[in-house]
Ligand binder design. Sequence first.
Ligand code: XCC
Ligand code: SF4
Length: 624
Amino acid sequence: MPKKKKSIEEKTLWPDAARMLDKAEKDGVETAWDRLEQQTPHCKFCQTGLTCRNCTMGPCQIRKNAPLGVCGADADVIVARNFGRFVAGGSAGHSDHGRDCIEALHSVALGKSTDYSIKDEAKLLRIARELGIAVEGKGVSEVALELSDLFFADFGSRQHEVSFLVRVPEKRKKLWNELGITPRGVDREIAEMMHRTHMGCDNDAPNLMLHSARTCLADGWAGSMIATEISDILFGTPKPGKSKVNLGVIQEDMVNILVHGHNPIVSEKVLEAVNDPEMISLAREKGAKGINLAGLCCTGNELMMRQGIPLAGNHLMTELAIVTGAVELIVVDYQCIMPSLVTAGNCYHTKMVTTADKARFTGAEHVPFDMHNASHQARKLVQTAVEGFSRRDSSRVEIPQGPMEMITGFSNEAILEALGGTPGPLIEAIKAGKIRGAAAIVGCNNPKYRQDYGNVNLAKELIKRDILVLVTGCVTSAVGKAGLLMPEAADEAGAGLHEICKALGVPPVLHMGSCVDNARILQLAGILANELGVDISDLPLAGSSPEWYSEKAAAIGTYCVASGIFTHLGHPPNITGSETVTNLALSGLESLVGASFGIEPDPFKAAEMIDERITSKRKGLGLS
Ligand code: XCC
Ligand code: SF4
């Protein structure tokens, strides 16, 4: 079949992206969409999970006339092993980011780092108490030290359970214990997954899938949750505030710096350096009006939640941001950074700088950040950006105008405060059917879809049905650009949700942060279940990732389901080569953990699917 070239219109929902795609073509910049075309069609065996490369008797591919690998592993085992390693990768990503946060807290506690400090002492004490650390009579540093030691232990060979399981309803914990999937240590579960999937270990697909669940639960209820809570302690707990989104946040008359990646440990320091008066006057000397910082992907979400820093865009906007020709510097930490950014940057004057030893990119400059040099390194970077301003070719600059306004900053603390201090009013609204339920729409972009078409339309359909929408990660930019993160969007919501939003002055779609901040949603689910005395799986909740691409997104989906929350995905992971595994994901998990996955590329049908689920959960609770 001849390949059909997608039109720009088919590639994206957005005018800013369309303009840059057009410019990219003129400027000769290749994008993810172009490379997807080159990669299509994909290998069928890999796509269905039927390739195994776990030893050198293979690689093996399962076919009709070769139904077993050399070792005798069948399709079910191979698919389940591949999925296990896939989500182990995702869990490792979130969790290793969490570990970096613990190291930061630990070094602050020991007084070894003057570059970082504890911004939210009250939260530090609250979390310490919640996890059983006696705080009375102790200094902040002492508590921080004990808390970081406890978190380090959560990563190790814990025999029982990770600390934040105190947030999990008893019924759910009992269920996990019975199934043998209570997460013990983060690293332990990930390493055990690597072990189980070695040739000759776990050769039972359902048993492998249970360990996938356990690994992902360690991510959600420990690795990610620790990342979120420590980031709040070090940089402040988010409060609602205004910000802006789309490529229009890049400014023609300023030095533009973009931060990309995930961990606020680097981007917070860049922000400080950008605000340094000395740096600003240096920028003025070079003829710029000042220095403008904007975010991409999750570190963009982190800075936006806490500091209101504008978001230039999500995953598929990262290359296109460079195509504006107005970006002096892109500073990255780790995860979701396309190696193509180096090449795209080379087409302009855009310099890419890596900061983490574990995420280096050939062709990019490496300026390693650690606990002791972060402020210094950040200033160095900002200076580089300022110097780059004079190399900008203004004839090649084109910036889409008119960023959208949005409200950000809905941490659980902020949500509870807006509700008057308790979840009571939210529960009353749910009981009264004004809010019929809530759905978290999370995750990525994927060039296989029209960019953000699924993300935006699903959110719109759900709010119409009085389903409150919570967003994190790259969906933030999607719904933000669609205007759904403004209180006025309440007019697009059903009557009940409209009434609640108007009364509270909040949008019908709440921005709760980055991908690790999905842990905030888990915590909220735990709070609601505990308040009602039920399990999380009894609540009218759903998760969704319409345009996901990453191992991390699969891990999120899996911990969501294992926590009892039905989760919709736009397309399946590479598991369809096994009927056993596919059936387990789509229905079998229901009888085990009280939730399963649903697959549906069409956002309108997906809304229907989520609505049905929420309706049935409401019925189960005796609500109409
Ligand atoms: Fe990455 Fe977190 Fe996906 Fe965005 S949403 S593309 S994982 S940046 Ni997490
Ligand atoms: Fe083939 Fe088995 Fe080796 Fe996998 S583990 S590559 S199926 S022989």
